[in-house]
Design a protein around this ligand. Structure first.
Ligand code: CUA
Length: 317
């Protein structure tokens, strides 16, 4: 249990348990007030029905104690729901730094999964138990939505831009995986299984994939195949800036600003190179939109991330 999120008297529990607790709290509040209101309706309808001999004099027009009570109590309850939900939302949207990143590409009508070691899966996602897993997701065509009901987590998968989702599976087992956004004829069949395994079993499963090629290695080939190396020489960088050590660092831009070369920036610079030009270079690079699939972009990005400057290179990549 993580202590830094104990902002509220009701502790935001981890993952699915936290979402369930909030859900049951809201259900309990809803049921309580629904019952209260219906009981009162029936009670007053019977008590003051036509012809009944009851005291109807002196109707109340203003009673501050009641006005305040029925304003302050619902306000307090809804603020608890808001705060509690906000804590869960913030937690759910930020993967911890030690999370294992797995890439997901949604396409009509399947889920493709790319492990950093090079293993690939379709409609199956193997993860280790007890380890936060961050899914970096993008779509090849239309909007999909990655939904694991058992983990109480769901996120849209969009064309053109990455979205993220993270979770920590805490029990080995198999869990349903669905597409939760109508995406065409076979949407209802776009589903799969999340297989949570003990870390040892997971490592064995990775090794069982045989001789897989690391995404960086595939990216290196694409880098040559698409002639990226013509301009982006790793050492000199003539027509284009050197990409060695660029990942995670500031890139000075032509307009005087700077941008951090994160995954989104690398992707944008491959598909829309004119968007943010490196200071000191001309807008010469053609766009690779339409020539590279999202899968290719993913591998090129992995390769560029693996490039180190000669001085910070401990061992050859
Ligand atoms: Cu993909 Cu619905």
């Amino acid at each position: 249990m993580n202590t830094e999120y104990r902002l509220f008297p009701i502790q935001a529990a981890d993952g699915a348990a936290g979402v369930d607790a909030l859900f049951f709290f809201q259900c309990a509040v809803t049921v309580f007030f629904s019952v209260l209101i219906f009981v009162l309706i029936v009670f007053f309808a019977l008590k003051y029905r036509q012809g009944r001999n009851v005291d109807r004099s002196n109707p109340v027009h203003e009673l501050w104690s009641i006005e305040l009570t029925w304003s302050i109590i619902p306000l307090a309850l809804t603020m608890v729901m808001f705060g509690w939900g906000a804590v869960l939302y913030v937690r759910g949207s930020q993967a911890p730094p030690n999370a294992l990143t797995i890439d997901v590409i949604g396409k009509q009508w399947m889920w493709r999964i790319y492990h950093p070691e090079g293993n690939q899966e379709i409609n199956e996602l193997h993860v280790p138990v007890g380890q936060p897993v961050r899914l970096r997701m993008i779509s090849d065509d239309v909007i999909h939505s990655f939904y694991i009901p058992a983990f109480r987590t769901k996120m849209d998968v969009l064309p053109g831009r990455h979205t993220e989702l993270w979770f920590t599976a805490n029990r080995p087992g198999e869990y349903h995986l669905f597409c939760a956004e109508y995406c065409g004829a076979d949407h209802s069949r776009m589903r799969g299984t999340v297989v949570a395994m003990e870390p040892g079993d997971f490592a064995e499963w990775l090794r069982g994939g045989g001789a897989v090629e690391a995404p960086e290695a595939v990216g290196a080939k694409l880098f040559t195949q698409f002639r990226c190396d013509n301009c982006h020489h790793q050492q000199t960088g003539a027509r284009g800036p050197s990409l060695a050590g660029i990942y995670g660092n500031d890139v000075p831009l032509q307009d005087g600003g700077a941008v951090v070369a994160d995954e989104a920036y690398l992707r944008e610079s491959i598909l829309n190179p004119a968007a943010k030009i490196h200071a000191g270079y001309k807008n010469l690079m053609p766009t690779f939109r339409g020539q590279l699939s999202e899968e290719d972009v993913l591998r090129l990005t992995a390769y560029i991330k693996s490039l180190r400057r000669p001085d910070e290179e401990a061992e050859k990549p």
